[in-house]
Ligand binder design. Structure first.
Ligand code: SF4
Ligand code: SF4
Length: 72
């Protein structure tokens, strides 16, 4: 029998994901290199932004691929 309160059960079902990678907007050229090398489809590129999504495992392959060193 699970005696956790309902709200706690709901929260604990979701894996807690913390993204540590950041893109320096002032450097980013939106060239999409990072997204194309990602093995996990962990990057979404919008009109003006690079966003790491929940698929990112922080393998850092994209960091090396960025031609201007915008990912840190
Ligand atoms: S590879 Fe670098 S410059 Fe290109 S979109 Fe990604 S973060 Fe921006
Ligand atoms: S760190 Fe790895 S998994 Fe995350 S976005 Fe970059 S290449 Fe993809």
């Amino acid at each position: 029998m699970d005696y956790r309160p309902k709200i706690l059960k709901r929260i604990q079902k979701k894996p807690i994901k913390v993204n540590y990678l950041k893109v320096m907007k002032e450097r980013c050229l939106l060239c999409t290199c990072c997204a194309s090398v990602c093995p996990n489809s962990g990057i979404d590129i919008t009109e003006n932004e690079v966003i790491f999504n929940e698929n990112c495992t922080e393998c850092k392959i994209c960091v090396k691929s960025c031609p201007v060193g915008a990912i840190e």
